[in-house]
Design a protein around this ligand. Structure first.
Ligand SMILES: [Zn+2]
Length: 84
């Protein structure tokens, strides 16, 4: 269980900051290209983006029906693991 620490520190921080807008489709085109490029090069951030987008889908669906407790528990564990 080694924490992955990419050596693109500042870049990752920047990418994760913009990730929310990116997933919401609110990011300007120039930044979208920037984030897309980063996600293509950086596995931890790509993994995080994938997880965040799944989380969003669950949250949206949760408006209509409750997420199963087992799934919520998995999300909690995953968030702990990524150190979010
Ligand atoms: Zn990164």
């Amino acid at each position: 269980m080694t924490a992955e620490t990419p050596d693109c520190g500042t870049d990752c921080q920047d990418a994760l900051t913009k990730l929310e807008q990116f997933l919401d489709g609110e990011l300007p085109d120039t930044n979208v290209a920037e984030i897309s490029q980063h996600l293509a090069d950086c596995y931890p951030c790509a993994d995080r983006a994938d997880f965040e987008s799944q989380l969003r889908a669950i949250i949206r669906r949760d408006c209509a029906e409750s997420a199963p407790p087992a799934l919520i528990e998995r999300i909690r564990q995953r968030l702990d693991a990524t150190g979010a």
